[in-house]
Design a protein around this ligand. Sequence first.
Ligand code: FAD
Length: 340
Amino acid sequence: MNIQEYKGVFVFAQQEDNKLTSVSLELVSKGKELAADLNTEVTAVVLGSDIGAMAEKLGRYGADNVILADDPALKVYMTEPYTCVLTEIIQAKKPEIVLYGATAIGRDLAPRVSARVHTGLTADCTGLEIDPETKNLRMTRPAFGGNIMATIICPDFRPQMATVRPGVMQRISPIESHAKVENYPVNVPKESVNVEILDIIKKVSDKMDIQDAKILVSGGRGMGCPENFSLLEDLAEAFGGGTTVSSSRACVDAGWVEKDRQVGQTGKTVRPDLYIACGLSGAIQHLAGMEDSEVIIAINKDETAPIFEVADFGVVGDVTKILPMFTEQVKRSIAERKDA
Ligand code: FAD
């Protein structure tokens, strides 16, 4: 392989129901930064059906080029057709870097493509940067249960490929789109369509996604029992819109809360304006998912709990006694503000 032939940063821009996923925009923004360090361009690749309208949005988040693989056979994600088409595009265009969101789809697609184009893949990266000397991509991710951060390079093969979880990278503020759009002639081999989708049944949740919340009230094992999570719900309700409840893995494993509420290395990465950690010790795997929150308040009865090391404000005491007082104070403050 002549790695000098490979140029440019590609992002697999995942769409669902013809809406771009947030991680795609985060990765295009990050890709722009990497491309600048390599003196090259960032290209978003979208697979789907009737997807032309997405190009402008990708341009606004930094894409210099958008490749559209538009075909009814790609309307809904299926492993084989997507793998075939994306592999073909990569083989034709020879990018030096390809980034994917570490979503269910990205995690299914990226390893297959990496095997077909015979290169490596670093999963669940939390940091990406260009080595100023070698120009290799330095891909950083937690290893050994999150106890160390490993930086991985792929010096001998191209493209260098990585998946990144939603919420880890930040979008740029939208700019004017100047993206050049290419409609890639799609060839979905018949033999690759070996699954027929009969119906799609979506899980309906009336709760806000924890990654969309401006304020997260998060509970840990120190809440004592699932019933005490109502104290967290009360505080979230007092704050009003944009607030929801999240938790540590300990509570998910105990069956107190649903998995989609879990913050951390094996849960979701969040970056709210305010994160209120209640009865949470602050294990490294939990911190990995929330330490970039704008402001962190911790309530814990143990003043030596590691969560206090990342907290901006700390309250030492019994969470079941402090939370009702906190909720009352929030209600009072909001009422006073309305009266003023
Ligand atoms: P604990 O560590 O048990 O802490 C409870 C805290 O509550 C203590 O600090 C205690 O002082 C305090 N407390 C007790 N009673 C009260 C009270 N009445 N009032 C106030 N404070 C009180 N964890 C995650 O959260 N997310 C992940 O994604 C994740 N991924 C992992 C991946 C791997 C590979 C591994 C090995 C572990 C992972 N973990 C994850 C688990 C993590 O290591 C911790 O075990 C977990 O985060 C602990 O949850 P906790 O803080 O709720 O419980």
